[in-house]
Design a protein around this ligand. Structure first.
Ligand SMILES: Cc1cc2nc3c(=O)[nH]c(=O)nc-3n(C[C@H](O)[C@H](O)[C@H](O)COP(=O)(O)O)c2cc1C
Length: 145
């Protein structure tokens, strides 16, 4: 089975809810998903996966600092040819997912457009969008196999 890594950082759980819904969608399409908070991930491990989704909420018009550092390590390592997606909850400006996508591209990842942004706490409709992203990612992964 193709393997998907979902790495996120969330201060109050909104981006975490998105991450879990993306995982649910991908699992429905029979992809092997490992999902965890950023603190549990070693960037070198990501090299073992076929695709990676990275999420952060927006704070002070950018992504959370640990996620930026994590992505800089991925750029250093270079993870060419993998599929990727960026997501995150935001309040009013929502830059984080766009900036995550930029860094993923720098690391050599083929990023799904557009990024997925949800304002504040996701509702049922928002979570359905996250599930759909997980399914879309799974389909793309299977096509690449
Ligand atoms: C101190 C602080 C700064 C924030 N700065 C921004 C910002 O610059 N742009 C924005 O869109 N949202 C901003 N937000 C809103 C958060 O992104 C929003 O509450 C989000 O839902 C948090 O998601 P999380 O629970 O996954 O961390 C800020 C929130 C706080 C508490």
């Amino acid at each position: 089975m193709p393997k998907l890594a979902i790495v996120y950082l969330s201060t109050q759980g909104s981006t975490k809810m998105m991450a879990e819904a993306i995982a649910e969608g991908a699992r429905e399409k029979h992809v092997d998903v490992d999902i965890d908070n950023f603190y549990e991930w070693d960037p070198a491990e990501v090299a073992k996966y076929d695709a990676i989704c990275i999420g952060s909420s927006t704070f002070y018009y950018t992504m959370l600092e640990p996620i930026a550092k994590f992505l800089d390590k991925l750029i250093e390592i270079g993870i060419e040819g993998k599929l990727g997606a960026a997501f995150g909850s935001y309040g009013w400006s929502g830059e984080a997912p766009v900036l995550i996508a930029e860094k993923l591209r720098k690391a050599g990842v083929e990023v799904i457009d557009p990024v997925l942004r949800i304002q504040y706490v996701p509702n049922e409709k928002d979570l359905a969008e996250c599930i759909r992203l997980g399914k879309d990612m799974a389909k793309k992964m299977k096509k690449k196999e």
